[in-house]
Design a protein around this ligand. Sequence first.
Ligand code: MG
Length: 346
Amino acid sequence: LSSTRDPDSGGRPARAGEFQLIERYMAPLAAPRDGEDGGGDAFGLHNDAAVLPPLAPDERLVVTVDTLIQGRHFLDCPAETVGRKALRVNLSDLAAMGARPLGYLLASAWPQDIEEAWIADFCRGLAADQETFGVTLFGGDTTATSGPMTLSLTAFGKLNGATALDRGSVRPGDDIYVSGTLGDAYLGLRALCGELDGLAPAARDTLVRRYRLPEPRLALGQALLDEGLARSALDVSDGLAADLGHLLEASGVAAEIELAALPLGDAARQALTLLAEPPEVVLGGGDDYELLFAAAPGQRAAIAALAERLGLAITRIGRAGAGSGLVVRDAAGREVFLQHRGWTHF
Ligand SMILES: [Mg+2]
């Protein structure tokens, strides 16, 4: 893990004690996992680069990167959850490929006046998630910035075989499914922005937690791929309408989804009632990090059994067809107009 200078700081050390901070807080994250000798080594972050463990001949390496910027991708989050969210959104991308996580690189630009206690909490959160998801820090880069905190995390995973779940493999007639519940994180963000002050505290906590700590659906992605239940998946990060649009476009198919089928949790329903907004607003909200996938109708029983086994809701929300575009229908079969179709970055 190296340290670089911010050109804005005129070549001065980006931050006093940065090497001690790396040694104290980052190096422990790079320790080999207990009882595992995978044949790779981060060398306690003392070398210029890490050596990754070898893969079996039929395995494939999967790599993904995501950048989180304070105020844009995380807002009003305790330090302990910030690194975890950066890790989890990347693990969610691995889940969408059907991959198993191995480890990650972390490039961080911290504000120059950041307190050591913040970094300690940030790394404590990462350590907890490393344990939960069985990953380790391979290395990275740390610098200081005069701009907002920026975290870029690159996650590595592996596939058991040569194929991954793919966005371009939906076929007309496939069922469309989504895991978990939708809209919680989006409504949690709105709660943090002060829009849901009348909400019961327990419901508010549920929504805010979902915003701060998404659940990467790794076991689901791996099972869909390994058991041949689905060919096509992605994780919902920009909002279901936008992300399903990406899936349909990549596959050259159309889809219809039923508004009444969308899985909404109790907290989200309470929030929507309080806001006096219709359920379709969750289709335009981001940060769900649930898996959206398509499967042949012949797989319905196997997918129901998988949901049972994983203890995870998997809801059939619609169906793919020939043509292009997404149509959302209400209970009476009328087309629902979507005012916001999701998060766009520019
Ligand atoms: Mg993704």
